[in-house]
Write a protein that binds this ligand. Structure first.
Ligand code: ATP
Length: 606
């Protein structure tokens, strides 16, 4: 498949709080063509617009700032179809760190190949890709332990499973040493020569590495200053009077030329900003004649199985996975696979699990010791309030901050896999919620059971159930809030936004406890917005409501809160139903997840 673009302009709106900024033009009416069967490089100085061009032509960025025509084999392209036939491999190797290479590939095969493909075929395909990419020896190594080069090859390997005819790679050699860079480029060239269109951005390659590319597209300040065969670059430069010194790296030379604006003007006009295609390679890349006619390659690929999958994947299997992006696998199958992958990842995170276990255990013991036997003391009104507040606050901070710190990385992986059509957002989101749930309930119960019994609350089934239900629901709501913050902000900003967001909810939760019966109506409405308030109120009812008997008031002449009903009346909660508060918590739990889902959907659409 030939990927073409004509008069492509890309502008970015620059936002400023103080003044209106003019839009920045990053790509200036550039044209070009990347052919099937060729390894193409997008080259240029830093800030020239290489990544922007790659993002636009791959469809990774698609917004109103883009003008111009994007074509495939000379015809306007259908974005949805093109997404199915191409993949984008990012600079950062985003992989599940705790899974082995084989597991990562197997899950990718489950998601990308039709669900009725026999397991042995999937394994055979994986094995062949591993052999081709030199990954067989480390197939049982966890991805976190792979070398930089192996990670890069694995990033390519997982995308090759459904054999896309077009691959875009953003700086595939960044962070690799010379040997790994050479082997990575050799691999890409071999893959391209099997009939694929491979386009990558690259930073100042050495002369040897530069010669690996069949085709080069040079950008400077958003303009095309050369596009054509790599070996034609030097003759082209000579033809406009810019002779590359002998024994000088042509890639270095052309980048040095961009330091002078006059040179950029000369070169850009000589190539007609990418429209000229006369600098073709003298040597025909093997196996590309069939492709240039617009056919998807089949026979000239190395692997029979891969061409088989190509047909299965791209011919489409109507009805499966509707609304879930991937047509090869149903929503349900995507959910099951993702659920398994997420659960395995969670179980493998032994250190994370141990930290969570000891965190809940130690905090439960600490709170239990502080409030040891105090829940039965009628003289300690403020201690009762602190106890209920402490339980809710512990859950809120723990669950919210865990997500704020972990979810941004998860979102990056989601963006990559979603863009490459591995799965839809719905199955992903459902699997995300359900895979974490058992762990969250288990850890929360460790804390709740400890503080319930250590504080001396009556051993009554209904009271205990309400106490634990409220604690767990607050956990889920706080987790939802953390997911929402983590889906919008990176870790640094999220760590500040998280506690800042909890603070007003905390204020509303404790507001008016000492003048509960005269709280103004507008404050009552505001207090309803705080899920912490719902949690505290339900806990107070769980502790002192439900027909609780008299509290002990040893040694006191006057004991105002001997009868727990007095405390409930003092807090103006005599009409409050614990199950209504639980209902509010459930509502907020759903609301946070809904806004996270909508936020993610918007983020993925960019
Ligand atoms: N969101 C944005 N807002 C404002 N300017 C942007 C934005 N994204 C990119 N740019 C600008 O667009 C220009 C091209 O950026 P791009 O990342 O495409 O360059 P590049 O050639 O890939 O650079 P490098 O090799 O350093 O990665 C740069 O000047 C960059 O500052």
């Amino acid at each position: 498949m030939d990927v073409e673009f004509e008069d492509l302009t890309y502008r970015i709106e620059q936002k400023s709080l103080y003044r209106k900024c003019p839009a920045k033009t990053i790509l200036k009416s550039v044209s070009g063509r990347f052919r099937a069967g060729e390894l193409s490089a997008i080259l240029g100085p830093s800030g020239a617009g290489k990544s922007s061009l790659l993002n636009v032509i791959s469809g990774y960025v698609s917004n109103e700032g883009i003008e111009g025509k994007l074509k495939v084999n000379g015809q306007s392209r259908d974005e949805k179809l093109f997404r199915k036939m191409s993949c984008y491999i990012m600079q950062e190797d985003l992989l599940q760190p705790l899974l082995t290479l084989q597991e990562v590939m197997l899950f990718a095969a489950e998601l990308k190949l039709p669900s009725d493909t026999p397991k042995k075929d999937k394994l055979k395909l994986i094995h062949e890709i591993q052999s081709m990419l030199g990954l067989s020896e480390c197939r049982h190594t966890r991805t976190e332990s792979l070398s930089g080069g192996q990670k890069k090859r694995l990033s390519i390997a997982v995308e090759l499973i459904n054999n896309p005819p077009v691959l875009f790679l953003d700086e595939p050699t960044s962070g690799l040493d010379n040997v790994s860079t050479t082997s990575c480029l050799k691999l890409l060239r071999n893959l391209a020569h099997q009939g694929r269109t491979i386009v990558c951005t690259i930073h100042q390659p050495s002369a040897t590495l530069f010669s690996f590319f069949d085709n080069v597209y040079v950008l400077a300040v958003g303009q095309c200053i050369y596009q054509g065969a790599t070996e034609q670059l030097v003759p082209f430069l000579s033809s406009v009077g810019l002779k590359c010194p002998t024994h000088y790296n042509p890639a270095d030379y052309v980048i040095e030329l961009t330091e002078d604006e006059e040179n950029i003007a000369i070169l850009s006009s000589a190539t007609n900003n990418g429209k000229h295609t006369r600098f073709k390679s003298i040597t025909q890349v093997p196996g590309t004649d069939q492709i240039s006619n617009g056919n998807i390659p089949t026979r000239n690929l190395d692997m029979e199985v891969m061409s088989h999958n190509l047909v299965l994947s791209y011919m489409g299997r109507k009805g499966e996975g509707k609304g879930c992006v991937n047509m090869s696998v149903s929503c349900w199958y995507q959910f099951l696979t993702l659920y398994q992958r997420m659960t395995l990842q969670l179980l493998r995170n032994k250190i994370g699990l141990k930290i969570q276990f000891y965190h809940h255990l130690m905090c439960g013991l600490a709170v239990g010791i502080v409030f040891m036997g105090k829940s039965n003391d009628g003289t300690q009104f403020f201690n009762h309030m602190k106890f209920c507040m402490g339980v809710i606050l512990f859950h809120t901070y723990t669950q919210c901050m865990v997500q704020v710190l972990l979810f941004p990385t998860e979102v990056k992986l989601l963006k990559k896999e979603y863009f490459n059509q591995w799965y839809g957002l719905r199955p992903y989101f459902l699997a995300l919620q359900l895979s974490k749930a058992p762990f969250l309930i288990f850890f929360s119960l460790i804390f709740l059971v400890l503080v319930y019994f250590m504080s001396g609350l009556p051993v009554e089934w209904e009271r205990f159930t309400l106490f634990c239900t409220v604690g767990i629901l607050v956990c889920f709501t706080a987790e939802g809030m953390g997911l929402f913050i983590g889906s919008i902000f990176n870790v640094t900003n999220g760590s500040a936004v998280g506690p800042l967001t909890i603070a007003p909810f905390l204020g509303l939760a404790i507001y008016g406890f000492d003048f509960a019966r005269v709280v103004p109506w507008y404050m009552r409405i505001l207090m309803r917005l705080s899920f912490l308030r719902c949690g505290v109120v339900s806990l107070i009812i769980a502790v002192f409501g439900l027909g609780r008997g008299s509290l002990s008031c040893e040694g006191e002449v006057y004991c105002h809160f001997k009868n727990p009903k007095t405390l409930i009346y003092y807090l103006d909660l005599e009409k409050a139903s614990p199950w209504t508060e639980v209902g509010y918590l459930v509502l907020m739990l759903i609301l946070y997840r809904l806004i996270t889902y909508v936020g993610l959907k918007r983020r993925l659409a960019v």
